[in-house]
Design a protein around this ligand. Structure first.
Ligand SMILES: [Zn+2]
Ligand SMILES: [Zn+2]
Length: 371
């Protein structure tokens, strides 16, 4: 195999000039200083709480291919983390504390002072998720209370983590989603509400834009559990209410749009291009997503009262969703709710087959339409 040439991208700075216990080094903060020519590669690195640092053991040298590890067991070097290896490369997952210019302040790094840094990667935690899925205790907690993680985050007002999770539903991060998360977290805490998707807590959304997904995720009120009511009023507003009709309505102020426009002029520029003018050029869409991600998390820090008004309200609440009889459409043979059929000569015909008008909810709102 050919040799590989690798050039450092930066250097480690800390107070350990000689190799010592890696536990000792890890417990102190280190600074990773990145070369100016790679500063662009640090864009949005703050989104990664944990990063992998790939570095060079510059004071080590290759040794035998096996040896004793910390517990006395003999292992091959590829089954250990020994710095004495054929290629003197170390990889350590660290916590990213903060970024200042080209300096990354990290905790948990076991590289000594002046170690050349070869690469940095956002930490891949998917293996941890797999481990969690298999973790019986974790599973049994989630089976007993599926929303426990969300409930705890709401109680701690941890809108940042809630937004991160809401992104899994929404598919991207944007100020609208962040506003939904912020408003819904506020309402859940004000009403001391818990949601188990059994129609005792309901959310009434007055819009079907990004805001509504923040509301759905945090409140747990969704179309699927009949706890989300849509009123096509075109307002970035929602009401969280108990079955007795008593609840809280949060409505975005007209000035909130101005605040977002003024505080995030770059977001507004790309929003105009991608969303309003429907420019689907991949480069512009990607830049929009990056800007949108950053601005979404910054939206969480905007003063609540400058974005929203809050009212205590009484709403009309529908009865629990009825389970209606299903019949077979005599034309297509599919099973269909009886209430959504026409009866012709004692046969049930579904709306699709009879061409009857039905209601459709899409990005344009709700309206009556043929099929
Ligand atoms: Zn969105
Ligand atoms: Zn049919």
């Amino acid at each position: 195999m050919n040799n590989i040439n690798i050039s450092p991208i930066g250097i480690v700075q800390n107070s350990f000039n000689k190799p010592t216990s890696h536990h000792e080094i890890k417990s102190h903060q280190s600074i990773v200083v990145i070369d100016d020519k790679y500063s662009e590669a640090l864009l949005n690195i703050e989104c990664c709480n944990y990063i992998d640092i790939v570095f060079f053991f510059h004071q080590s040298e290759a040794g035998s291919l096996s040896g004793k590890i910390y517990n006395g067991e003999t292992r091959g070097v590829f089954a250990s983390r020994s710095p004495k290896r054929p290629n003197l490369i170390g990889i350590t997952t660290v916590k990213l504390i903060k970024k200042e210019g080209n300096k990354l302040f990290v905790l948990g790094l076991d590289a000594i002072n002046q170690s050349p840094v070869i690469d940095i990667k956002c930490c891949d935690t998917s293996f941890l998720e797999m481990a969690n899925e298999k973790n019986e205790i974790h599973c049994s907690i989630l089976k007993a209370e599926p929303r426990i993680e969300i409930i705890n985050l709401i109680a701690n007002n941890n809108t940042e983590q809630l937004l991160l999770k809401a992104g899994q539903l929404h598919g991207h991060f944007c100020p609208g989603l962040a506003m939904g998360v912020k408003a819904a977290t506020f309402a859940m805490n004000k009403l001391k509400a818990k949601s188990d998707g059994m129609e005792d807590l309901l959310a009434i959304t007055e819009t079907n834009n990004c805001f509504a997904d923040g509301v759905q995720f945090v409140t747990g009120c969704s179309f699927g559990n009949n706890s989300l009511i849509f009123k096509d009023l075109g307002k970035t507003a929602f009401t969280l209410t108990f079955r007795n009709g008593k609840g809280i309505r949060i409505c975005s102020k007209h000035e909130s749009q101005q605040i977002i426009k003024e505080q995030f002029p770059d977001f507004n520029k790309y929003y105009q291009q991608v969303v309003v003018e429907q420019n689907h050029c991949p480069e512009i869409v990607n830049t929009f997503k990056k800007v949108s991600l950053q601005r979404a998390f910054e939206t969480l820090n905007i003063d609540f009262d400058s974005l929203f008004t809050v009212q205590y309200v009484e709403s009309e609440i529908p009865s629990y969703a009825k389970i209606l009889e299903s019949v077979i459409c005599s034309k297509c043979g599919e099973s269909v709710m009886k209430s959504r059929t026409n009866t012709i000569n004692n046969n049930f015909i579904c709306y699709s087959c009879s061409g009857s008008n039905t209601y459709i909810l899409n990005g344009n709102g709700i309206y009556e339409s043929k099929r």
